[in-house]
Design a protein around this ligand. Structure first.
Ligand code: NAD
Length: 303
C-alpha cells in the first residue's frame, strides 16, 4: 500500500482520509487547526505538524481546503507543497476553487516539474463518509490514470473532465445551473401555493411535465412533499447556503474573467447574498424560498 500526504482535514477531508486509511494506505495528515489533526488521528491518520512532513515520501498528495487563496498558499508558499515535495509525487487539489487559481496552480506546478490534477468533488459530507463522492478531474490522461486507484476508496464516480482546470470548470458550471434551477423551483412552489394548489398535487404534475428538474424532484422546498428535501427538517443542510453562495460566486468570477454576462446567475447570487446578510448561511440552500415567502412553511423562526 502507498503513502498519501493530505492537507486540510475539515468536514470533507476527515471522512475522505478515513476511507483511505480503511483501504490500507498510510495517510500523513496536516491541518492548520491542531484539533482537526487530532480528530483525524482517531480515524488512523498519521498526524503531522507541517506541510513538509505531510508531503515527505508521499506517492500522492491531496489538498482539501476552503478556497483558492488557501490552495495557492498551501501549494505556492515558501513552506508549501511545491517547495517541499519530491517532483515524483502526484498532486491533486480536491478543494472547490476558482477557475483562474486552478489554472495558476497547474502552470506553477508544471513549471516546478510536478504533475498536477484539479479534482473537486460533489456529494457532500455524507458522500465523503460513504466513499461515494463524484470526482471531476482536470489534467493529463496518464496522471488521471495514476490517481484513479487512490481516488477509488473515496468515490462513487470518477470523471476525467478534460485538461487543466476542467474539473473545476465542470463543478462550477454544474452548481451554477443547479442554483438557477432551484430559484425557479422556489418561485414556482410559492406561486403554486398562492394559486391554492395542493403542494403534493402540483409536485406530482410538474415532476412528469416540462417543469421537472433535479431540485424539484429532490429538494422541493415545501415540507411533506418529497422525502429528500431539507424543508422536512427545518431547512438544516443538506447543501448549506454558504456553499452555494461560494459556488455561484466562483461561476460569476469565472464569467467575468471569460467576458460572459450571466444575468440569471447574478440574480441568484443576490438572492443567496440576502440569506448570508441575515446570518442564515448555515441553513440549507433551499431556504432561498424565504426571499419569496418569508413565512414559507418549515422555515425556522430563528436560525
Ligand atoms: P472545511 O472548512 O471544513 O475544511 C477545510 C480545512 O482546511 C479546515 O480544517 C482548515 O483548517 C484547513 N486549512 C485552511 N487553510 C489551511 C492551510 N493553509 N494549511 C492546512 N490546512 C488548512 O471545508 P470542507 O467542508 O471540508 O470543504 C473543503 C472543500 O471542499 C471546499 O473547497 C468546499 O467548497 C468543497 N466541498 C465541500 C462540500 C461540503 O459539503 N462540505 C461538498 C463538496 C465540496
Amino acid at each position: 500500500m502507498s503513502t498519501i500526504g493530505w492537507i486540510g482535514l475539515g468536514n470533507m477531508g476527515r471522512p475522505m482520509t478515513a476511507n483511505l486509511v480503511k483501504a490500507g494506505h498510510t495517510v500523513n495528515g496536516f491541518d492548520v487547526v491542531p484539533d482537526a489533526v487530532t480528530a483525524a488521528a482517531a480515524d488512523g491518520v498519521t498526524p503531522v505538524g507541517s506541510i513538509a512532513e505531510a508531503v515527505a515520501g508521499a506517492d500522492i498528495v491531496f489538498t482539501m481546503l476552503p478556497k483558492g487563496e488557501h490552495a495557492r498558499a498551501v501549494y505556492l508558499g515558501d513552506d508549501g507543497v511545491l517547495a517541499n515535495a519530491d517532483t515524483s509525487t502526484l498532486l491533486v487539489d480536491s478543494s472547490t476553487i476558482d477557475f483562474d487559481s486552478a489554472r495558476e496552480l497547474h502552470k506553477d506546478a508544471a513549471e516546478a516539474g510536478f504533475r498536477f490534477i484539479d479534482g473537486p468533488v460533489s456529494g457532500g459530507v455524507t458522500g465523503a463518509q460513504a466513499g461515494t463522492l463524484t470526482f471531476m478531474l482536470g489534467g493529463d490522461d496518464a496522471d488521471v490514470e495514476t490517481a484513479r486507484p487512490f481516488i477509488e476508496p473515496m468515490a462513487g464516480n470518477i470523471f476525467h473532465a478534460g485538461g487543466e482546470a476542467a474539473g473545476q470548470a465542470a463543478k462550477i458550471v454544474n452548481n451554477m445551473m443547479l442554483a438557477i434551477s432551484l430559484e425557479g423551483v422556489v418561485e414556482g412552489a410559492v406561486l403554486a401555493q398562492r394559486f391554492g394548489l395542493d403542494p403534493k398535487a402540483f409536485y406530482d404534475i410538474a415532476k412528469v411535465s416540462s417543469g421537472d428538474s433535479w431540485p424539484l424532484r429532490t429538494w422541493y422546498p415545501v415540507p411533506g412533499v418529497t422525502e429528500t428535501a431539507a424543508s422536512n427538517n427545518d431547512f438544516k443542510p443538506g447543501f448549506a447556503t454558504a456553499l452555494m453562495h461560494k459556488d455561484v460566486g466562483l461561476a460569476l468570477a469565472g464569467a467575468e474573467s471569460q467576458g460572459v454576462d450571466l444575468p440569471a446567475a447574478s440574480l441568484v447570487y443576490a438572492q443567496l447574498q440576502k440569506l448570508v446578510d441575515e446570518g442564515l448561511e448555515g441553513l440549507d440552500t433551499t431556504a432561498i424560498i424565504k426571499n419569496i415567502d418569508p413565512a414559507a412553511p418549515g422555515l425556522p423562526t430563528k436560525p
